[in-house]
Write a protein that binds this ligand. Structure first.
Ligand code: URP
Ligand code: ZN
Ligand code: ZN
Ligand code: ZN
Length: 510
């Protein structure tokens, strides 16, 4: 079967091809500049004040507002077949919600069932997603078993289909053992792909779950008890050790605890090249909700690794992002309705794991990071967009506002507030883990590939407007061979290789 061919979107042939954003402050990860942005045919064509532009161009006044790169969410699971059900946000509603919240690109995970073909699974995701996506997207592919054919298919995905990242699991039914992880990381290293890992000790989780259920602990509060921090930290340490043995840089998805963050820092201090992602969920709420007596509420907060009962966790993780001990944020959006969560009414281990976040990630991080005074707007851009673009080799096409970059732009009003609610969100799911949170920072306009898809807070997305984006292998940010010295941590324990911008934004060839 061949790769589906993308249709040319008809709606692009309109006056909306030209757009001028005037009077705003343009924020990139390294700078804030007062300049106007002129966009034509989905690309940033001019930057500066007093630009000469064609008549008939639509002008948006961004005075008093920030003009930022659209968010890139590197971790979503739309229509994910998981734990005997399917997540309810599909590629249409999931990307619509993403855009509504200021995210203009998502990277989802191709589920490959044990023994099935990686390529066939990839094709089936392309078929599901291409017609539905409201913004650009790329795909990671899950490695759920290991043999030589898996390597061959990984190689084809990298060379012919623009996949440059593979996720492995150390928990769940598709967990790999240490020797399989070793082979998978070795393969990633050989191909120049980004090795990603879900770090939890699945064997311990399984044993603990059996014990808890036998004791009669069946409710959602049993979820974290079965997978405490140490179980996450052990797996982080083991994954780092295995990756280091084959000299493969490693990306730890959803770092959820203080213990795991410390394990990651310790690995880095002994020279392991490791990137840590945390989630909007982990920054914006906590594990106390899993003890709520309302089942929809408690089960609605169940994901893995779990939200932690230590109430200091969100602040600790936010500080870690501020100090670059963690490098970026995703949502891990994987949503299930009340009726699906009720599959685990009498057994917490059957509650489908996953929460929302794709729509609210930007607002939650602005609130907890920038509004609280912990980080500035530049760091906000880095942890919500630029670093993801660099890791997955999309920079400077994505993740910055520069000449020649894709016009994926948000006009962000830091002075407006909104209150998050399942009643008003754009997601398919019937619950929101951030319910009632008041957030400063509202995406007033969201421009996706040059098209205004949120217009003065009115969501006007177009199904199929997004494109599949190919991610080339050997991202310089991850595989920076020439700057190998940067890969070593500095005296203060910071990993310089993740702090150094590889180049100034404005050097994209146009
Ligand atoms: O609970 C979670 N995180 N659900 C989504 C699947 C995964 O492990 O990322
Ligand atoms: Zn995971
Ligand atoms: Zn409730
Ligand atoms: Zn996930």
């Amino acid at each position: 079967m061949s790769t589906p061919v993308k249709k040319v979107p008809i709606h692009l042939q309109s006056a909306q091809n030209r757009l001028l954003i005037k009077n705003g402050k343009v924020v990139n990860e390294d700078d804030i500049v007062e300049e106007d942005v002129y966009i034509e045919d989905g690309i940033i064509k001019q930057l500066g004040r007093n630009l000469i532009i064609p008549g008939g161009t639509r002008v948006i006044d961004a005075r008093g507002k920030l003009v930022i790169p659209g968010g890139i969410d590197p971790h979503t699971h739309f229509e994910f077949e998981f734990m005997n059900t399917t997540s309810v946000d599909d590629f249409y509603q999931g990307t619509k919600a993403a855009v509504a919240g200021g995210t203009t690109m998502i990277i989802d995970f191709v589920l490959v069932k044990k023994g099935e073909s990686l390529l066939d699974s990839y094709y089936s995701y392309r078929q599901k997603a291409d017609e539905k996506v409201c913004c650009d997207y790329a795909l990671h592919v899950i490695i759920s078993y290991w043999n030589d054919k898996v390597f061959d298919e990984m190689s084809i995905l990298c060379s012919e289909h623009g996949v440059n990242s593979f996720k492995t699991f150390m928990a769940y039914s598709f967990m790999l053992n240490d020797s399989e992880l070793y082979s998978a990381f070795e393969a990633c290293k050989k191909l120049g792909a980004v090795a990603m890992v879900h770090a939890e000790n699945g064997s311990i989780v399984f044993k603990n779950t059996e014990k808890l259920l036998a004791k009669g602990v069946t409710g959602p509060e049993g979820h974290e008890l079965s997978r405490p921090e140490e179980v996450e930290a052990e797996a982080v340490n083991r994954a780092c050790t295995i990756a280091n043995q084959v000299d493969c840089p490693l990306y730890i998805v959803h770092v959820m605890s203080k213990s795991a963050t410390i394990a990651l820092a310790q690995a880095r201090s002994r020279g392991v090249r490791v990137i840590g992602e945390t989630l909007a969920a982990a920054l914006g709420t906590d594990g106390s909700h899993c003890k709520n007596t309302c089942f929809q509420h408690s089960a609605g907060h169940v994901l893995s690794p779990p939200l932690r009962s230590d109430p200091m966790t969100p602040q600790y993780l936010m500080n870690s992002l501020a100090q670059n001990d963690l490098q970026l944020t995703g949502s891990d959006n994987c949503t299930f309705n009340k009726s699906q969560k009720e599959m685990g009414l009498n057994d917490f281990s059957k509650i489908p794991n996953g929460v929302n976040g794709v729509e609210d990630r930007m607002s939650v991080i602005w609130e907890k990071g920038v509004h609280s005074g912990l980080i500035d707007a530049c760091r906000f851009v880095a942890i919500t967009s630029t670093t993801a673009a660099k890791i997955f080799n999309l920079y400077p096409r994505k993740g910055c506002i520069a000449l020649g970059s894709d016009a994926d732009i948000v006009i962000w009003n830091p002075n407006k507030t909104r209150t998050i609610s399942a009643k008003t969100h754009h997601q398919a799911v019937d619950f929101n883990i951030f319910e009632g949170m008041e957030c400063h920072g509202v995406p007033e306009y969201v421009i996706v590939n040059g098209r205004v898809c949120v217009d003065d807070e009115q969501v006007k997305v177009v199904q199929g407007h997004g494109n599949y984006i190919e991610c080339p292998v050997f991202p310089p940010f991850v595989y920076d061979i020439e700057n190998a010295s940067k890969l070593k941590p500095s005296d203060n324990g910071d990993a310089n290789w993740v702090t150094q911008p590889t180049q100034k934004e404005n050097d994209r060839k146009v």
